[in-house]
Design a protein around this ligand. Structure first.
Ligand SMILES: *Cc1c(COP(=O)(O)O)cnc(C)c1O
Length: 287
């Protein structure tokens, strides 16, 4: 797939901070944004022809694995947190429509999903498979995301991305040239553990931790998938003024954070910021 475009945002509300958007939402209509970057090397390394992964009932990662399986000829199994609800919601209906086999784990078992016991149960039920962890974050995913900075021809100081599991931030930071830094905006509440997770992912991929990144924990807006009126107003306004459809769960929180840091002076005027639009808002239409 081609490098995603870089688009300048002209906005007096940024008070002299220069913002550009890295439009990873345009990478592919189905395997969007960071999900493609994270899957790319996982697909190349797969041994078995079957991919098994984990996610919530609205997981974009589940949809991306399902779409990638259909396109590249892998059988796919989605292990979904919680109980089955029929009819399937649009996200799971899409995954099913791509040919993904869906199975469910209750919340207790789901919490233990990455233990050898649960893996053994899944192997007993489904045979051989390549396991991709929840959210797709592993060493191969980090390597894929590390390819992003080299696509940016313009000079910049800081690159920003939203953070769910941390794989995207771990990779982007690892791929930065000297003198630049990466700033991740956590979309979960109480996400202090994420710093250790980003470090762990970098260690897994490279054996070392790069010192060029930080996490901002202040823009979770109440927690994962919470979109209070203030955030929705900001996102709606950004859409109206800049013509970008803003994905609410991740991208809106990052952009809000970027504007807030520009307003507070935490980004000094003249700072060149690249914000990675890690995905778009829509659930694709079922095939
Ligand atoms: C999945 C997702 C993320 C989270 O990426 P992590 O690597 O898990 O931190 C960020 N943005 C969008 C749009 C996503 O769909």
């Amino acid at each position: 797939m081609n490098p995603s475009p870089l688009e300048q945002v002209r906005d007096e509300r940024l008070g002299g901070v220069r913002l550009a958007l890295k439009r990873d939402d345009l990478i592919d209509p189905e395997i969007t944004g960071n999900k493609w970057r994270k899957l790319k090397h996982n697909l190349a390394r797969a041994r078995t022809g079957t991919l098994l992964t984990f996610g919530g009932a609205y997981s974009g990662h589940i949809r991306a694995v399902a779409a990638a399986g259909r396109r590249y000829g892998f059988a796919t199994i989605g292990v979904i947190r919680g109980e089955e609800h029929l009819p399937l919601n649009p996200s799971l209906a899409y995954a099913r429509g791509c040919g993904m086999r869906l199975t469910y784990l209750d919340r207790t078992a789901y919490r233990a999903k990455h233990t050898p016991e649960v893996a053994a149960r899944l192997h007993a039920a489904f045979g051989d498979f390549d396991l991709i962890p929840e959210g797709g974050s592993n060493a191969a995913a980090v390597l894929g995301c590390a390819e992003l900075p080299a696509e940016i021809a313009d000079d910049f100081d800081v690159i920003c991305c939203p953070v769910g599991t941390g794989g995207t931030l771990a990779g982007i930071a690892a791929g930065l040239p000297p003198g630049r830094r990466a700033l991740g905006f956590a979309v979960l509440k109480g996400a202090g553990f994420l710093a250790e997770e980003v470090a762990r992912l970098q260690r897994e991929a490279y054996g070392t931790v790069s010192g060029n990144w930080a996490l901002d924990l202040d823009f979770h807006f109440g927690g994962y998938a919470r979109v209070p009126p203030e955030l929705s107003a900001f996102a709606g306004d950004f859409e109206a003024r800049h013509g970008l459809a803003v994905e609410r769960i991740y991208v809106a929180k990052m952009l809000y954070g970027v504007y807030a840091l520009a307003a507070s002076g935490a980004f000094a005027p003249g700072t060149r910021v690249v914000a990675v639009v890690t995905g778009g808002p829509a659930v694709p239409v079922p095939p």
